[in-house]
Ligand binder design. Structure first.
Ligand code: FEO
Length: 397
C-alpha cells in the first residue's frame, strides 16, 4: 500500500492484513487493517503503530512522506498488540522526543516489558498538545475497550482519531466510507460492536454524552481498524447510540447443536411457531456458524433460544463455547428458552438455563426436553413454545 492523505498534512500510514482469519477468537473472514496516522506539522507526530509483522509496511508508508527519524512525537492511543506491537522497533528507529499516552498505557507498556526510560509523557482528558498549526486534544476512554484507551482529537481538522472505537475488521483497498458498499460496511461495524464493545455499552452511552457535552465538532472519524468515516460521521455515531442502548427488533435467533438431528427437529419446530407469529427468525447451527457471527445476529435479536443434546452428562461443547462467549459480552433484556433431546440423563437444558439466568434473560419456559426422538406431540409443544415466545416479543417490542 501507500500513504493516503486524509486531511491536509494528516496521512493514513497503516497496513492492510488480507490474510488474518482469527483475531483472538473473532472470525475475521475478510481480514482487517491496522491504521496508524502521521501528522506533518512543526512537530511531526505518529499516532499509533501497527501489529509487529506489519512494521515494514508502516515504515515504508512513513518514508514516502518523511524520513522516520524526523518524527518528533509518538502518540499511543492504545497498547493492545495490534497497535503497539511494533513500538519497540519504531522507538528505536524514530527516537521520539516524547511518547504521549494515558497513565494506564504507560503502566501497561511497562508490563509488556518496554523500557522504563522511554520519554513517556502521561496525558489526561482535556490536555492539549500543540504541534504547530495543529493541536491534539486527548480524551481518555477508559475500558473502551482497555483501561489505557484514549482518543486524539484535532480541532483544526475536525478529526477524531478514535483508536478501536467505530472500527471494523475488514481489509479493503479503499480507505473511506464513501468508497465502499454502505450495507457491507455497516454489517462489519455491527459485528465489531457486538463482539468487542457490547459489554461496555453503558460506557459507550456515557462517552457519546460526554463528546456531545464537550461540543466536539467532528467531520471525520479515523479508527484504528477498517474504514475512515468522512462527510457523515453521524452515521456511525447514531449506530453506536442504537447498539449501546441494546435496542432489539422483532427478531429471534435459535442457536443449537445436535448429535442425531433430534434437537435440530425441535429447533425447526420452534422456528415454525415463531415464524407463524410473524417474527423474523434465524436458525444458527453451531457446526456451521462461528461464534462471532452468532453474536452479530444476537445484537438486535429480542429472543435468544438455545438447544443442545446431552453428551456425557453435559451440553455439547460448542454450546458451552457460545454461552460462555455471550455471557462475557453481556447482552441484556432478552427473552430466552432452552431445549434439547437426551437419552438417559438430560442435563444440557438445565445447564443452558443456568447461563440464561446468569445473563438475567426472561425465561419463556422452564426448559423443553425430549427423550431420544421428538414425536408429533413433542413437535407441537416446540411449535407452541415458538408461538408463545413470538407473542412475548410482540408484546415487549
Ligand atoms: Fe485493535 Fe484493542 O486493539
Amino acid at each position: 500500500m501507500f500513504p493516503v492523505e486524509i486531511k491536509e498534512n494528516v496521512y493514513w500510514v497503516g497496513a492492510v492484513d488480507w490474510d488474518i482469519r482469527d483475531f483472538h477468537g473473532y472470525s475475521t473472514y475478510k481480514g482487517t487493517t491496522y491504521n496508524a496516522y502521521l501528522i506533518i506539522d512543526d512537530k511531526i507526530t505518529l499516532v499509533d503503530t501497527v501489529k509487529n509483522p506489519f512494521k515494514e509496511d508502516l515504515i515504508s508508508n512513513i518514508s514516502q512522506i518523511v524520513d522516520p527519524g524526523k518524527i518528533d512525537y509518538l502518540i499511543v492511543n492504545h497498547v493492545e498488540m495490534d497497535h503497539a506491537g511494533s513500538i519497540r522497533e519504531m522507538v528505536n528507529l524514530i527516537k521520539p522526543e516524547k511518547i504521549f499516552c494515558s497513565a494506564m498505557a504507560q503502566k501497561t507498556m511497562l508490563a509488556y516489558n518496554l523500557p522504563a526510560d522511554y520519554p513517556y509523557q502521561v496525558v489526561k482528558t482535556g490536555q492539549n498538545l500543540s504541534l504547530g498549526k495543529k493541536t491534539v486534544q486527548f480524551i481518555e476512554t477508559r475500558m473502551l475497550h482497555w483501561p489505557d484507551s484514549m482518543f486524539s482529537y484535532i480541532p483544526e481538522d475536525r478529526l477524531l482519531i478514535s483508536s478501536d472505537a467505530f472500527g471494523e475488521h475488514w481489509a479493503t483497498s479503499e480507505r473511506f466510507d464513501d468508497q465502499v458498499d454502505h450495507n457491507e460496511l455497516m454489517v462489519h461495524a455491527a459485528k465489531y460492536y457486538a463482539n468487542i464493545l457490547l459489554l461496555y455499552s453503558p460506557l459507550v452511552q456515557k462517552l457519546l454524552a460526554d463528546v456531545q457535552k464537550m461540543g466536539l465538532d467532528i467531520d471525520m472519524i479515523a479508527p484504528d481498524h477498517g474504514i475512515i468515516w468522512r462527510g457523515r460521521p453521524q452515521v456511525i455515531l447514531e449506530a453506536y447510540d442504537r447498539w449501546s442502548k441494546q435496542i432489539t427488533t422483532n427478531k429471534s435467533i435459535i442457536i443449537y447443536d445436535t448429535m442425531w438431528q433430534s434437537t435440530e427437529q425441535m429447533a425447526l419446530a420452534i422456528a415454525d411457531g415463531l415464524i407463524r407469529e410473524g417474527v423474523s427468525t434465524k436458525l444458527l447451527n453451531l457446526s456451521r456458524n462461528h461464534r462471532s457471527e452468532i453474536m452479530t445476529e444476537a445484537l438486535d435479536a429480542k429472543a435468544i433460544i438455545c438447544g443442545s443434546s446431552t453428551l456425557n452428562n453435559n451440553m455439547l461443547p460448542r454450546m458451552a463455547d457460545i454461552l460462555t462467549y455471550m455471557r462475557g459480552l453481556k447482552p441484556v433484556n432478552r427473552i430466552a428458552a432452552a431445549f434439547g433431546s437426551y437419552g438417559w440423563s438430560g442435563e444440557a437444558v438445565g445447564q443452558i438455563n443456568q447461563y440464561l439466568e446468569e445473563m438475567k434473560f426472561t425465561l419463556a419456559d422452564p426448559g423443553l426436553k425430549v427423550n431420544y426422538r421428538p414425536n408429533a406431540e413433542d413437535l407441537q409443544k416446540c411449535a407452541a413454545l415458538g408461538q408463545y415466545i413470538g407473542q412475548m416479543i410482540k408484546e415487549q417490542n
